[in-house]
Design a binder for this molecule. Structure first.
Ligand code: HEC
Ligand code: HEC
Length: 300
């Protein structure tokens, strides 16, 4: 009996040691990548200050989804707080004490938004800059103009905490958004302003903002890094239900959150943000979606 107990004890002890070793390896390898510093090859940008730009900046801030993580008053909010996954908080962007606008220049802001890099060259954690890397100087400038004008909030945002599951997924290549700076070409010139209009080109420009959830090929499936209760993103290629919708049905769905069959869009599909998109923006996205190749759902 004693012998059996001793053996079981040894097996348990060995397992505990193995788990601790695995955690040490996971934390060490992921921390090295999360702490990597990047060179800033900044092209200077100067945000406008006129009222029209500020108003348009507010519309962009909401319709491009910044509001979901940085909050309606821009003071930041925690958007994921699940212990083994981690705790992630969009930071305070206002000019109040502890807020980004109290220290960051317009160029710093553009770098954070399009490259996912902080002014000291470190990577921003869980800031989806890949979605915004194609944003023109003009659009980024208007968002910055709005950030600088909102009511200052004095609040220091908590640091990001990536849990073991997130780190393991990150190392396995299943959670690229944890460090979006790794995926972006930091030598690229500022993206050109795409002319606003009902064109496939403008639709492609806007639809980059859908790829974080619907995948670079728009075929939907599991949203990388999302909590387990999130539904799969739908297939937006002609192979999905969208293939049977009309343009008017698409626009109505994006504005009301109700599909042609009367079912409602579940979160995290941010249709409330998108309802601020203009007719021209939604028509352009529709035109672009019609041109992408059909793909099986979940093929990203
Ligand atoms: C999925 C959530 C999410 C979305 C959407 C998002 N952000 Fe962030 N953002 C973050 C997180 C988290 C950080 C903090 C990263 C860190 O602390 O390493 C951050 C950091 C920043 C920073 C650097 C601020 C600082 O305090 O250092 C700026 C600027 C910023 N975001 C602007 C934006 C803008 C503008 C948009 C929309 C175009 C946007 N973000 C969309 C999550 C998000
Ligand atoms: C934060 C994640 C997220 C982003 C960003 C996002 N979506 Fe979605 N979307 C979803 C999810 C999740 C669903 C499925 C919702 C459900 O099951 O009810 C969905 C569903 C849809 C549907 C319904 C399709 C169908 O077949 O029922 C449309 C249309 C759609 N999204 C369009 C877009 C467009 C266009 C963009 C970019 C402008 C976008 N989405 C950006 C998460 C997202």
């Amino acid at each position: 009996m004693n012998k059996v107990l001793r053996k079981t004890g040894m097996v348990v002890a060995a397992l505990v040691v193995l788990i601790i070793l695995a955690l040490v390896v996971i934390y060490t390898l992921s921390t090295i990548r999360m702490n990597k510093k990047y060179d800033l090859v900044a092209s200077t940008i100067n945000a406008p200050k006129d009222q029209a730009s500020i108003t348009e900046g507010r519309r962009l801030y909401i319709s491009r989804g910044c509001v979901d993580c940085h909050g309606a008053d821009l003071s930041g909010q925690t958007f994921i707080n699940v212990p083994p996954i981690g705790k992630f908080t969009g930071t305070n962007l206002t000019s109040g004490k502890g807020g980004a606008a109290s220290t960051m220049s317009d160029t710093d802001f553009a770098f954070a938004i399009r490259h996912g890099i902080a002014p000291d060259g470190s990577a921003l954690i869980f800031m989806p800059a890949t979605d915004f890397q194609g944003m023109s100087d003009e659009d980024v400038g208007k968002i910055i103009a709005y950030i600088r004008r909102v009511k200052p909030v004095n609040e220091t945002s908590p640091a990001q905490h990536a849990g073991p599951i997130t780190r393991l997924l990150f190392l396995a290549g299943k959670m690229p958004l944890l460090v979006s700076a790794e995926l972006i070409n930091h030598q690229a010139k500022s993206p050109a302003q795409v002319e606003v209009g009902e064109t496939v080109e403008y639709g492609r420009y806007l639809a980059i903002g859908c790829t974080g959830c619907h995948g670079p090929g728009f075929s939907g499936g599991t949203i990388p890094g999302g909590p387990p209760d999130w539904p799969h993103a739908k297939n937006l290629t002609p192979a999905g239900d969208l293939g049977k919708w009309s343009q008017a049905e698409f626009i109505k769905t994006m504005r009301t959150g109700v599909r042609p069959d009367d079912s409602t869009l579940k979160p995290p599909m941010p249709w409330k943000n998108f309802s601020l998109m203009t007719d021209v923006e939604l028509k352009a996205i529709w035109m672009f979606l019609k041109t992408i190749p059909a793909k099986e759902t979940g093929n990203r």
